[in-house]
Design a protein around this ligand. Structure first.
Ligand code: NDP
Length: 326
């Protein structure tokens, strides 16, 4: 028997309850993992409260991120005792996820937990940190170096943005952070490595087709008019890694930055990122993230507290990372 948070749908309303399940209840797959930690993302909050159409079939165990220890494997790549990490692939949405003491998963979805990273640390990084690493790698691959110039990060105090600031600073880039919460998070962003902090309102004015060239590269988690402004301010040959829509999914821009300044807009998806790229990104995260990153606010909760925190995260009342101890 093992414990799980289970979502059901009753008269079109999502309900959640803690249940004792049998191994036989688990979906069939290649690898059984004893889950050590999961984490609570905004997407999990939407799934658990039913505020967003995240879950594709019921009953569902939520949890888009997990770390744990292999109990049993039908795949030669993994053996009992191996430590693994998983993010994305629709786990916790269409396939039972991390908010249970056990999970049954495809071997293709798993990444060996990199040396030097604990399970709890991996969940503090989670999908958000992994996505930040993909953004930073995309800028590196586009040829943006610390000598190219300043890098802008938008939504900087969010999960993705704060890791992007940390990683870029660690790699020697000069980082400017855009935030709507300077008073609350300005000091933290400076500690993470930002050399200047810019108020979000400066990026909410409508963008002209082309503005003064300021940024060699950018990580954008916000989209909409903020991304349009960033594009208009990119240097010749600049590149923007775009992963988010915290400010909206539209993009009121023109082709001018692309055709007159050779700017590249690099799309970043973490959910279906291929395995080899995933493994490399997790190794880089383990190498690059300093201890100070793990000292930032992190709340560790039990499965029984998840419903309460899910409500809070969807109301914007959670600061820092929430990890769930199984
Ligand atoms: P968070 O909620 O932790 O952070 C988003 C940040 O964006 C906030 O902290 C805030 O930063 C800023 N923000 C919030 N609302 C607005 C607004 N209306 N206008 C402008 N800025 C705003 O989210 P994550 O960091 O986890 O995710 C960021 C985005 O990336 C989300 O849209 C998420 O859906 C997406 N995402 C995409 C992934 C992918 O695979 N492509 C994977 C993971 C996330 P501040 O207070 O500093 O201004």
């Amino acid at each position: 028997m093992f414990k799980a948070l289970v979502l059901d749908q009753v008269e079109k309303q999502t309900t959640s309850s803690i249940r004792q399940l049998n191994d036989a209840d688990l979906p069939e797959s290649d690898v059984i993992v004893n889950v050590d930690y999961s984490s609570l993302n905004y997407k999990d909050g939407l799934a658990i409260t039913g505020k967003g159409k995240i879950v594709r079939n019921f009953p569902m165990v939520p949890g888009i991120d997990l770390t744990g220890t292999v109990e049993q494997s039908h795949d030669p790549r993994y053996a009992a005792g191996d430590k693994v990490v998983l993010t994305g692939w629709g786990v916790g949405e269409g396939h039972w996820g991390g908010m249970a003491e056990k999970a049954s998963l495809k071997a293709d979805w798993l990444v060996p937990l990199p040396e030097g990273l604990s399970g709890k640390q991996a969940m503090m990084v989670g999908t958000a940190g992994f996505t930040a690493m993909l953004c930073v790698q995309a800028l590196v691959d586009a040829g943006i170096t610390p000598e190219s110039g300043e890098i802008l990060v938008t939504g900087a105090s969010g999960g993705v943005g704060s890791v992007a600031v940390t990683l870029l600073a660690k790699l020697g880039y000069k980082v400017a952070a855009v935030t709507g919460r300077i008073e609350q998070n300005g000091t933290l962003l400076t500690e993470l490595g930002a050399s200047r902090i810019i108020d979000r309102s400066e990026f909410e004015e409508p963008a002209r087709a082309l503005e003064k060239q300021i940024w060699a590269g950018a990580v954008d988690t916000v989209g909409s008019k903020v991304l349009a402004k960033v594009l208009a301010q990119m240097d010749y040959n600049g590149a923007v890694a775009a992963c988010g829509l915290a400010g909206g999914f539209d993009l009121p821009t023109t082709v001018m930055p692309f055709i007159l300044r050779n700017v590249s807009l690099l799309g970043i998806d973490s959910v279906s990122c291929p395995s080899a790229k995933r493994i490399k990104a997790w190794q880089r995260l383990a190498e690059l993230l300093p201890d100070s990153y793990y000292q930032q606010a992190c709340t560790e909760v039990e499965l029984e507290q998840v419903a309460e925190y899910a409500e809070a995260i969807t109301n914007g009342q959670v600061t820092g990372r929430v990890v769930i101890k199984l």
